[in-house]
Design a protein around this ligand. Structure first.
Ligand code: PBG
Ligand code: ZN
Length: 320
């Protein structure tokens, strides 16, 4: 008889043969930075997540530094929004200032800069809008400008999340021309139009004021198309890829990891986090065990980088 149970007898035995592990270093913690002073506002649908002003960020950043996780993914929320999202590439924009602050005080933390216009535009879309249409090619120079601006503040990685076609090539060219030859691009390559982003849009005040994002983000019925998006981003010069959201898209993640040799990140998004937190607060699930199971599933599917709002908790649990 085959006795699989021989390797399951004790905790030490099980640990010895564990095929998948998580380390703090492969996790990235998303953060929200709001323009203003003395702000630490809880995000109602994301218990444990706050919007900070720069002068209040340090308590959180010190915790990130101590946790051993590699870095943060930064989202800025400006006071003034306009049609062109000009605060996204303003010299003294909130995101620019926040990146400078983090790199000055915590130089060893990696700062990944999310590049997209939706937190900065009055209409909440990820690109330039003309006659109710979200324009692709008109958006590219703005994304390129934003990328150069954030790289100039010390951002270690540029992460475009807008889903315009050709943005990786446009950003790569602009970064190179500005001398940022060594700033890598982590592309949100397969980003699906998803209801799982709901809580994020509350947090970042970035919900579109008309329509939805389905003319640029991917249709979640499609997996082959996701592979074409990923392949195109490699051709355009992406250094790292991303599949987003995570849990409902593990098949896409696995196919991507099997097909491509680049580091692949997955983004365990706001709605996934909100569901776990809500059930845990009710006492209906064991938060630690559920989060561990979810994150291990992402790694098992092939992710090498985990972007998750659970990063600080998970890092703590790993030390226990
Ligand atoms: C901005 C952006 C979004 C997320 C990351 N970058 C929202 C969106 O596309 O509407 C979602 C992150 C999350 O839900 O945690 N383009
Ligand atoms: Zn966007």
């Amino acid at each position: 008889m085959k006795r699989f149970r021989r390797l399951r007898t004790t905790e030490a035995m099980r640990k010895l043969v564990q095929e998948t592990r998580i380390t703090a270093e492969e996790m990235i913690y998303p953060i929200f930075v709001e323009e203003g002073k003395n702000i630490k506002t809880p995000v109602p649908s994301m218990p444990g997540v706050f919007r900070y002003s720069i002068d209040r960020m340090d308590e959180m950043l010190e915790e990130v530094e101590k946790s051993g996780i590699s870095g943060v993914l930064i989202f800025g929320i400006p006071k003034k929004k306009d049609e062109w999202g000009s605060q996204a590439y303003a010299k003294n924009g909130v995101t620019q200032q926040a990146i400078c602050h983090i790199k000055e005080k915590y130089p060893q933390l990696l700062v990944i800069a999310d590049v997209c216009l939706c937190e900065y535009t009055s209409h909440g879309h990820c690109g330039v809008v003309k006659n109710g249409v979200i324009c692709n090619d008109e958006t590219l120079p703005l994304l390129a400008k934003m990328s150069v601006s954030l790289a100039g503040c010390g951002a270690d990685i540029i992460a475009p999340s807008d889903m315009m076609d050709g943005r990786v090539a446009a950003i790569r060219q602009a970064l190179d021309e500005a001398g940022f030859l060594h700033t890598p691009i982590m592309s949100y390559s397969a980003k699906f139009a998803s209801a799982y982003y709901g809580p994020f849009r509350d947090a970042a005040h970035s919900a579109p004021c008309f329509g939805d994002r389905r003319s640029y983000q991917m249709d979640f019925h499609n997996k082959k198309e996701a592979l074409r998006e990923l392949a195109t981003d490699i051709e355009e010069g992406a250094d790292m890829l991303m599949v987003k959201p995570a849990l409902a898209y593990l098949d896409v993640l696995q196919a991507a990891a099997e097909r491509f040799d680049l580091p692949i990140a997955t983004y365990n998004v706001s709605g996934e986090y909100a569901m776990v937190k809500a059930a845990a607060e009710q006492g209906w699930i064991d938060e630690r065990r559920i989060v561990t199971e979810n994150l291990i599933a992402m790694k098992r599917a092939g992710a090498s980088i985990l972007i998750t709002y659970h990063a600080l908790d998970m890092a703590k649990w790993l030390k226990e």
